[in-house]
Design a binder for this molecule. Sequence first.
Ligand code: ZN
Length: 150
Amino acid sequence: MEKEAQPKNIDDLISDFSRFYILTILYEGPAHGYSIISQFKKRVKKEISPSLVYPFLQQLEEKGLVTHTVRPVGEKERKIFELTREGRELCTRLFKRFAQLVAIAIEPSIYICAHCGCKVYDGGYREVIEDKEIAFCCSHCAASFKECKK
Ligand SMILES: [Zn+2]
């Protein structure tokens, strides 16, 4: 019943990394526009234009994904943006989808240890056994593998 408010074009809205990242900053807690911009810069090591951030926040607000309250920050009054429950649910869905993408992206780099069967993404150990290069997670698995073959 409550799900019907989900806009159809939400995927267009969050079609690029910058917007996705703004959401992850908001997911961590309420933030004002300027702090979103500075956190983005600090973490992504890239400038983000206020002309992207503010209209995006406004769009999110119009869709009921974000609300704001005006609070004094230092000498200024600032709009503090916060995800609504719907906004948090959207983030959870996006994170799941993003996790799947990451899994797909790293899949070709994953190999399985010929001895213990664990998945290895980085590092690992390779040894040529009977003219074939065989991949293991570590030299101990390679040794056990040779031991088993005897
Ligand atoms: Zn192993």
